[in-house]
Design a protein around this ligand. Structure first.
Ligand code: GLA
Length: 418
């Protein structure tokens, strides 16, 4: 089906005004009160790393995490920017007789401090997980009423990041904000720079309050499953998450990010939580599409596949430096959705050097041909249009014409020709 330029023109006027607005506004961080800026913990670009949950679930151990740390370095992931290892739920072994939270001695016989030392020695950082209630989502020990003590324990272990979940907690927004603020204050008082990741799945609109509560990232939707588009089994799929996140760009900026959850790249239908609720897997095109969309939407890039056994295609996706550069761009803008209908979605992201990232997603189940006139999106003049996946110039001028496969996202970097 030919995608007509006329169809895009309807979006040109609102987009132009948005671009002007964006250009007139200083970086969002500069607008935040000092108290919030102070909490931003210097994580100015979206965090990158690897998280245990979606691929490994409760089957984690210090041995696996050390092997993953080794693989992060040997695969080139660390050099590409993936510098966090996030331990998710199920590391806990309860509390000792002084109420100090302790790790499961079978999974972590050497303790978390020794593991953090190992990870730090490789130039990586270590994240851990807890919950704003007595019990976590998987039923392990949570931190409610032990915030100060647990934050101090995490600091003494050398923890760099806390993913703080919200299972078993009251559903209202005020309580959520209060519980997250209490933990943020406890982390600040711990004396260590520990980044707070808020995980209440979007139900209480965390984009409105999470940065003020002390969060650097906030999940804006439920747990992502390893599937492109739901066929009625429930749970979030990639398209569900993109639909929501596509409307949240104005809430993100340097040091505070919408988090649409982990990448499914390289999971290839393995068992684990990502396989629940119909998460049977994504095609190579869909995995690459997710990477493109997460990059232009300035989402945390958190791999969840087994890094010890990555095939070349997976490495190519996770290690694409041009795509990562769009994600980590210093201007800190989340890509804006500038067109959305049943067949197509288009996103644009302004970059620090004046270039523009431009993503064209074919949502339909068949390949489609299209001609995009960049003029219709408020971009006058001519551009070098570089395809971030082929690493070649795709066109030069003010138009791109080509075919986009079903579920594919073309990701371009546009440089104005003077
Ligand atoms: C929730 C979170 C997930 C994961 C699990 C662990 O579902 O959203 O990301 O942390 O809990 O139990």
């Amino acid at each position: 089906m030919q995608y007509k330029i006329a169809e895009t023109r309807r979006f040109a006027f609102p987009l132009l005004s948005l671009i002007f607005l964006t250009m007139q506004n200083p970086v969002i961080k500069a607008q935040l009160p000092d108290t919030i800026s102070l909490r931003l913990k210097n994580v100015s670009t979206p965090p990158m790393g690897w998280m245990t949950w979606n691929g490994f679930g409760e089957n984690i151990s210090e041995t696996i995490i050390k092997q993953i740390a080794d693989a992060l370095v040997s695969s080139g992931m660390k050099d590409a920017g993936y510098n966090y290892i996030f331990i998710d739920d199920s590391w806990q072994g309860g509390r000792d007789n002084k109420n100090n939270i302790i790790p499961d001695p079978k999974k972590f016989p050497s303790g978390i401090k020794a593991l953090a030392d190992y990870v730090h020695a490789k130039g990586l950082k270590l994240g851990i997980y807890s919950d704003a209630a007595p019990l976590t989502c998987a039923g392990y020990t949570g931190s409610l009423n032990f915030e100060k003590q647990d934050a101090a324990t995490f600091a003494s272990w050398g923890i760099d990041y806390l993913k703080y979940d919200y299972c078993n907690a009251p559903s209202d927004m005020a309580t959520a904000k209060e519980r997250y603020t209490t933990m943020a204050d406890a982390l600040s008082a711990s004396g260590r720079n520990i980044v707070l990741g808020i995980c209440e799945w979007g139900g209480r609109q965390p984009w409105l309050w999470a940065a003020e509560a002390g969060g650097t990232v906030w999940r804006m939707a439920g747990d992502i499953r390893n599937k492109w588009k739901d066929k009625g089994q429930g749970g979030m799929d990639i398209m569900d998450v993109v639909d929501i996140n596509g409307g949240l760009d104005r809430y993100a900026g340097r040091g505070h990010w919408n988090d649409p959850d982990m990448l499914v790249v390289g999971l290839n239908g393995v068992k684990g939580p990502a396989a629940d609720l119909g998460g049977t897997g994504c095609t190579e095109v869909e995995q690459q599409s997710q990477m493109s969309l997460w990059c232009i939407l300035s989402s945390p890039l958190i791999a969840s596949n087994d890094l010890r056994a990555m095939d070349e295609r997976t490495k190519k996706m996770l290690l694409n430096k041009e795509a990562i550069a769009i994600n980590q761009d210093a201007l800190g803008k989340q890509g804006k959705r500038v067109l959305d209908n049943d067949n197509w979605a288009i996103f644009m992201k302004l970059l620090a050097n004046g270039d523009i990232a431009f993503a064209i997603l074919n949502k339909s189940n068949a390949a489609q041909k299209t001609t995009i006139s960049f003029n219709a999106f408020g971009l006058s003049g001519n551009y070098e249009i570089r395809d971030v996946w082929t690493h070649r110039m795709a066109a030069e001028g003010n138009k791109w014409k080509g075919e986009v496969a079903a579920h594919e996202t073309k990701l371009f970097r546009l440089k104005a020709i003077q």
